[in-house]
Design a protein around this ligand. Structure first.
Ligand SMILES: Nc1nc2c(ncn2[C@@H]2O[C@H](COP(=O)(O)OP(=O)(O)O)[C@@H](O)[C@H]2O)c(=O)[nH]1
Ligand SMILES: [Mg+2]
Length: 225
């Protein structure tokens, strides 16, 4: 790699999109939650299973189930990346809020109940027929779950002219995912600070190695030690 390229690479890392790692025990609902975060917030997400987030991650979303498990406790104990905890599959819990509150007590941090399934749903115009039918077809029940189908039917009953887009928005509203907007925004402050620290370290390393020394040192002037 050329000097200019090396310098450009560390500077791009400072201004690139937020990289979000989505972690959780297998089956907890991480992949579905990652899809929902992409759909709803256009976040650039990678699912990492039950492993530690890579050092380049800006934000960790830890997906837990109905109860906190030992793996969750361990993963959250000394996590170095700004973290948001989400209790997934809220649509199948009878009292998702109460479960999330119990998990929050257990972990000593906020826990947000969210249905990734409903947040990532994309209802198409052809689905409206099935959703209005006396007996909604099985594929729709699988895609949107009982709660999703019920929420869609309630809307279509009340406002029969609702479009597929409006039904999709209704499912998103029911999913609880919009409660993550503020916590995600709040975490962007620390993210900027973390990235600045990383950029400063990278620039120092480059300067020390003599790579693009003048440019790297000039870029470093902006940072207090
Ligand atoms: N009802 C419901 N099912 C979900 C939800 N999220 C995931 N699932 C289901 O749970 C299973 C595992 O989900 P997945 O996202 O692949 O979990 P992962 O193994 O943690 O990536 C799949 O059958 C999903 O359809 C949800 O919010 N609601
Ligand atoms: Mg998965």
């Amino acid at each position: 790699m050329g000097d200019d390229e090396a310098l450009e690479q560390v500077q791009t890392r400072r201004s690139g999109p937020l990289t979000v790692a989505v972690a959780g025990r297998p089956g907890a609902g991480s992949s579905t939650m990652a899809a929902a975060l992409r759909t709803c917030f256009r976040l650039c997400c990678m699912t990492i299973g039950d492993t530690d987030p890579p050092p380049t991650a800006d934000l960790l979303i830890r997906v837990i189930g109905a109860q906190v498990r030992e793996q969750d406790r361990r993963a959250l104990a000394d996590v170095a990346v700004p973290t948001i905890v989400v209790a997934a599959k809220a649509d199948v819990r009878s009292d998702p809020r109460a479960l999330a509150d119990a998990a929050a007590d257990d972990l000593g941090r906020s826990v947000h109940p969210v249905s990734g399934l409903l947040a990532s749903a994309a209802v198409g115009p052809a689905d409206l027929v099935g959703l209005r039918a006396a007996d909604p077809p099985a594929p729709l029940l699988r895609r949107y779950g009982l709660t999703g189908v019920a929420a869609a039917r309630e809307l279509l009953d009340r406002l029969p002219e609702s479009t597929a887009r409006e039904v999709t928005e209704r499912l998103r509203a029911v999913s609880g995912i919009d409660a993550l907007a503020d916590p995600i925004r709040e975490r962007s402050g620390p993210v900027a600070t973390l990235r600045d620290r990383r950029l400063r370290d990278d620039l120092r390393l480059l300067a020390a190695r003599g790579v693009a020394r003048d440019d790297a040192e000039r870029a470093l002037v902006g940072f207090a030690s």
